[in-house]
Design a binder for this molecule. Structure first.
Ligand code: URA
Length: 244
């Protein structure tokens, strides 16, 4: 895929900079060459299998300008958590705190997400891996556009491939649409299991929506979220994926 639209990532550091060594020697010769290239345009595909590790992928994301969000970010925000987790949680896109720290879900939504997970004995560090449909903050926290989501989708798919979770939780309609293409409203489909690429996937409310709707009364979004996370706990137990 060597292409004149692409730059050699590691040449940017200057002539004397040591070349990072691949962590594992597991790709074909052509992929071996490709993975040191910056995908500068969304027209250049990033095929499955391009990255041997999340670190390699993150290195590319930090240099990425496949869409306009690269011009306004402070930090690219790649996933955090256990890279061997059985559960991947996909958010929409980084907000201000995430952009500043380069980590997903570290603001108020993240705090609430941690509480929701803790209620069924799941910890963000040990039991899940959290990432987003787009890795750079959309200005003013607007919803990422379909083009931005498409440009970043290979990074999302590669993270899912590398983590290889049994369960994916999609927070909000944007994440559901980005992954499965399902355009139904989140209220209709939350809490239901769907199969995607051989994985158990569940749409859940986005924590930011729960922050705007704080009532815990039965039938309200927060109450429904607590039902949904218990359904997830049951599935984990059924599949014998974590200790309770
Ligand atoms: N909201 C998201 O969708 N993702 C984050 O990382 C933070 C807030």
């Amino acid at each position: 895929m060597a292409n004149e639209d692409q730059l050699s990532l590691f040449d940017l550091a200057g002539g004397d900079a040591p070349k990072p060594q691949p962590e594992v020697d597991r790709v074909s010769d052509s992929l071996e060459e490709d993975r040191h290239l910056i995908p500068t345009s969304a027209k250049i595909p990033i095929p499955p299998g391009t990255y041997g590790s999340i670190n390699e992928l993150a290195e590319h994301c930090r240099q990425c300008h496949r869409c306009g969000l690269g011009a306004t970010r402070t930090n690219a925000v790649v996933g955090r958590g256990n890279r061997k987790a059985s559960v991947v949680i996909v958010g929409e896109g980084p907000g201000q705190h995430e952009d500043e720290r380069g980590l997903p879900f570290v603001g108020r939504s993240g705090e609430l997400l941690e509480k929701i997970l803790a209620s069924v004995k799941l910890s963000t560090e040990e039991d899940v891996y959290i990432c987003n449909t787009v890795n750079c903050r959309p200005p003013d926290n607007r919803t990422p556009t379909p083009d931005e989501i498409a440009a970043c989708k290979p990074y999302l798919l590669e993270q899912i491939r590398l983590i290889d979770p049994k369960i994916i939780l999609m927070t909000g309609a944007t994440a559901v649409k980005a992954i499965t293409g399902d355009k139904r409203g989140i209220t209709k489909i939350r809490g239901t299991w769907m199969q995607w690429e051989g994985r158990w996937c569940m749409p859940i409310f986005h924590p930011a929506y729960l922050l705007r709707n704080p009532s815990k009364e039965p039938g309200k979004p927060k109450w429904l979220m607590w039902q949904d996370i218990q359904t997830v706990r049951q599935k984990l137990d059924e599949l014998k994926l974590t200790n309770g």
